[in-house]
Design a protein around this ligand. Structure first.
Ligand code: SAM
Length: 256
């Protein structure tokens, strides 16, 4: 497989994940909690962490006694995942979520794709491939940057509005109707690797058309009652920065 965008930022990305997981008010942690609230019992089940990155979710699923296969296109991140997962029984696979050539039909009880659909150009193919590898009535969870609030922008544009003391006030929605690739130009991940923006309706309609029934949609946020000192925590109390959708394989794939 040729070098991917994440191969060039593998250390940066791994440090980012480990830092975010330390902070229970980060949207990373809030989203992870929601994924595990929605995930069915995986004890003894075959589960796939699709686009696993450095593998934190795979390790959390292995701790819940799932038999975990972790898939990614970045050989550098897969190597980090292996290194970080010593002592865990996880099967690592270098494969493309758009095809999943190395995965047999109907081999998984559950597939979780966490924060990667924005990185992938053809998600209709991803949804079809996941439908193929899931057993009948298998669970498919997607977690992504919230397409309504993490809209495309390019520095010096910004989506955050602050008051005179620098506190978070509101989210500015930019270019919601412009689907396609964008790169913020900032210092964060989306400045480094960019992202594909799609409208909420696009994600959900393509999921349904690929043969999934949507069971629940979650918008993880920090409760107002918790004191929010950091800018990011203030933001997480006002808007959901990620979206989590759980669905069930419902019927055979309908073609585009
Ligand atoms: C933002 S990271 C998320 C990683 C991990 N799921 C997490 O939450 O930390 C996006 C991941 O998607 C992977 N990726 C991008 N395109 C892919 C594809 N076509 N098939 C499989 N993985 C892909 C990247 O290599 C990267 O590990």
């Amino acid at each position: 497989m040729t070098e991917t965008l994440y191969d060039a930022i593998d250390h940066y990305y791994t440090e980012f994940v480990h830092r975010e997981l330390q902070d229970s008010s980060s949207h990373f942690s809030l989203r992870t909690n929601e994924i595990f609230r929605l995930l069915d019992n995986i004890d003894g089940k075959q589960v796939c962490d699709l686009a696993c990155g450095e593998g934190y979710l795979s390790r959390m699923m292995a701790k819940r006694d799932g038999t975990v296969t972790a898939v990614d296109t970045s050989s550098a991140l897969l190597q980090q995942a292996r290194d970080n997962s010593q002592g865990y029984s996880i099967n690592f696979l270098l494969d493309d979520a758009q095809t999943l050539h190395s995965v047999a039909d109907e081999s998984f009880d559950a597939v979780v794709c966490n924060m990667a659909l924005m990185d992938i150009p053809d998600i209709v193919s991803v949804f079809q491939a996941v439908n193929r590898i899931l057993k009948s009535a298998g669970q498919f969870i997607i977690a992504l940057l919230h397409p309504c609030f993490e809209t495309p922008f390019s520095v010096p544009e910004t989506t955050t509005e602050v008051d005179e003391t620098g506190n978070y006030v509101a989210c500015r929605i930019l270019h919601y109707n412009q689907e396609g690739f964008w790169q913020s130009g900032g210092e964060g991940i989306r400045g480094k690797v960019g992202a594909y923006h799609r409208k909420l309706s696009t994600y959900l309609n393509w999921l349904i058309q690929a043969g999934f029934t949507i069971d629940e949609i979650a918008e993880p946020m920090l409760p107002e009652a918790i004191s929010a000192d950091s800018f990011a925590a203030q933001q997480n109390q006002k808007i959901p920065r990620s979206l989590v959708v759980t669905s069930t394989k419902a019927r055979t794939i309908s073609r585009r």
